[in-house]
Design a binder for this molecule. Structure first.
Ligand SMILES: C[S@@+](CC[C@H](N)C(=O)[O-])C[C@H]1O[C@@H](n2cnc3c(N)ncnc32)[C@H](O)[C@@H]1O
Length: 316
């Protein structure tokens, strides 16, 4: 499928002022190709073509991606009767963002979806071993994680999102990379299928709490703790610390619930609006068990204070 945004349309219009050929991208910057202008139409690939008038319309539209066919030019927007939601790809300086009923699923203010996904993963680097990505979206964090991890399991609940990912050139590794396993389902149910201590890293990037409260619940966090290996890390996007959901401080509430179910080393990253936490290492878990069963921690080898939020170096 040929996809164009205002960037490529403007590029072509500029170049056609000086000749009949233009070097541009037909897949939102993934690859480049040369197209030619003949009789008022730009011949793109095969039978697909676009008129100069349509190209001007695309060039003037900053917030939509256009799919071009043999005789069609249409915005990549879908409405689902089942969810009563609108799904749209929105162009950015690099990979497109996803909008669901006008709510952005990627950060684009002061960053791009690609740079944001890279910054998030740096918080839990090195990204090695088995990774779970609970909320796929366009799959950017899962795709980047798969470049260094041994395996990535990624879950997406909404089949309309899966369809948008299928259209998006930058999501293709989700369907092609053998290291990535895609599960279509609800993360709150799928997680119970995973065994204890399965994953080294869990990336949890849910929609806002107001539309997916179950993904911020203590019961769900307890499952994430269970399926992480001791010392394994949780990367949880929570949104801007100042943002409020029905007057609740989302970030503080997340940190409190994570601590309550047993996560340690909980801290907040101001750049990416993520909370990072870890499942305590075996040593700390043993000490907690000993404390619960009344055994004096100082009698165990190398005892140290047992706190909900252990120091990072105590986590492994
Ligand atoms: C913010 S986006 C994730 C963006 C993703 N990290 C990326 O790199 O593109 C959140 C996604 O979670 C999905 N989602 C919402 N509830 C879910 C659930 N219960 N289980 C799995 N996915 C869910 C939404 O459909 C949406 O696509």
């Amino acid at each position: 499928m040929i996809l164009l945004s205002s960037t490529q349309a403007s590029e072509m219009l500029n170049q056609f002022q000086h000749g009949t050929q233009s070097r541009t991208s037909l897949d939102l910057g993934k690859t480049e190709t040369v197209v030619s202008l003949r009789e008022g139409y730009v011949r793109l690939s095969g039978e697909a073509r676009v008129s100069l008038d349509d190209l001007r319309v695309i060039a003037n539209c900053d917030d939509a991606v256009f799919a071009v066919g043999e005789c069609t030019v249409e915005k990549v927007i879908r409405f689902s009767n089942a969810t009563r939601r609108m799904y749209k790809l929105r162009p950015t300086a690099d990979w497109p963002a996803l909008e669901i009923s006008s709510i952005l699923m990627h950060r684009i203010k002061g960053t791009t979806p690609r740079r944001d996904a890279e910054a998030k993963l740096r918080l839990v680097s090195p990204v090695h071993g088995a990774v779970l990505d609970t909320c796929m979206g366009l799959g950017y964090t899962a795709i980047l994680a798969a470049s260094t991890a041994d395996s990535v399991t990624v879950i997406e609940k909404d089949e309309n999102v899966l369809q948008m990912a299928q259209l998006n050139p930058h999501s293709q590794p989700i369907f092609q990379n053998p290291k990535i396993t895609l599960i279509h389902g609800d993360a709150t149910q799928i997680v119970s299928d995973f065994g204890n201590a399965t994953f080294d890293i869990v990336n949890h990037d849910p929609p806002t709490m107001s539309i997916a409260g179950e993904l911020y619940a203590e019961t769900f966090y307890a499952e994430l703790l269970r399926i992480l290996k001791p010392g394994g890390k949780l990367l949880h996007y929570t949104g801007a610390p100042g943002s409020r959901c029905r007057r609740i401080d989302v970030h503080a509430g997340v940190a409190r619930r994570l601590a309550r179910v047993g996560f340690a080393g909980i801290h907040n990253d101001r750049e990416t609006f993520c909370v990072v936490a870890a499942r305590p290492g075996r040593r700390l878990e043993r000490q907690k068990e000993n404390k619960a069963s009344g055994i004096d921690p100082s009698s165990t080898s190398r005892g140290f204070p047992i706190e909900g939020a252990a120091l990072d170096h105590d986590l492994h």
